[in-house]
Design a protein around this ligand. Structure first.
Ligand SMILES: [Zn+2]
Length: 272
């Protein structure tokens, strides 16, 4: 009896009728094909998601910022700022120590108790104290009889005007004509404007705009201490001016919302 020798070069066919080697090759090709498709799909999905992330949410965020800015309008404070002439004192122990204040908590209103003198004369007197050495006195601002405003000490530095509030306040001295202590119309208008500007800038509410009298009980500013109604009127005028200014700023933004929005968007996206 003879046994048929196994054909080594002719592999055993499987049930599909294909040789085993060919089947393995098909499986391998399909497997690689599927792997490639899965990887390509994965890459495609990642690119899609990255684009989504890169485009939509950032735009949304920018628009949110833009609308927030619109409801809380960016205000051009130059609209409110009065003309201020800087004549800073020389740093010296008697009128400008050069020390920083802790912050602006109050705006303190004064009168100079020196009838008929000008803002310039009083500023020069503060300056002369470094030679006279006989007293400590100054103010951040002096408003003159014609409404002129001199700045003697920077806002963030101590001025010697409001006693124990010097370290957290800005002081405004005012000239006046006679012993009544009443301010001229020009002085009054400039004082309202300066107080409105500073209180807006430093976000000082009405109740923290005070008189020297409210700090120490001193008769200063005389007219506003003796006439409480005039003091209240002054505060009303300051707040009214700030409100008018807000309305004006808002109306400017409403008049040109697109450019305002664009300005904000440009500003926000510039660092990128
Ligand atoms: Zn005073």
């Amino acid at each position: 009896m003879s046994r048929e020798p196994k054909q080594m070069n002719n592999p055993e066919p499987d049930r599909s009728g294909l040789p085993r080697g060919k089947v393995l090759r098909y499986v391998l090709v399909w497997f690689i094909f599927l792997e490639v498709m899965i990887i390509l799909a994965g890459i495609g999905w990642m690119i899609f998601m990255l684009r989504e992330e890169a485009e939509e949410p950032i735009l949304d965020e920018d628009m949110t910022i833009a609308y927030e800015e619109l409801t809380e309008p960016e205000i051009d404070l130059d609209l409110l700022k009065p003309k201020i002439e800087k004549q800073l004192l020389t740093v010296n122990p008697y009128s400008r120590p050069g020390d920083k204040i802790d912050g602006v908590k109050y705006i303190v209103i004064h009168y100079l108790a020196n009838p008929g003198t000008s803002a310039q004369q009083n500023r020069d007197y503060f300056e002369s104290l470094m030679d006279l050495k006989d007293t400590y006195m100054s103010a951040n601002y002096i408003v003159g009889l014609d409404g002129e405003i001199l700045q003697c000490v920077p806002d963030d530095e101590i001025a010697y005007a409001s006693n124990n509030e010097n370290h957290e306040s800005i002081s405004i001295e005012n000239c006046h004509m006679d012993s009544s202590g009443k301010f001229t119309d020009a002085t009054y208008v400039s004082l309202v404007r300066l107080t409105a500007y500073l209180s807006e800038y430093y976000e000082i509410p009405r109740e923290r705009i005070i008189r020297h009298y409210d700090v120490t009980g001193k008769l200063c500013p005389k007219y506003f201490v003796l006439h409480e109604d005039k003091w209240e009127q002054f505060l009303d005028d300051v707040i009214d001016l700030r409100e008018d200014y807000h309305k004006e700023a808002e109306s400017r933004i409403e008049a040109d919302p697109i450019s305002s929005e664009l300005d904000v968007l440009i500003m926000e996206t510039e660092p990128l």
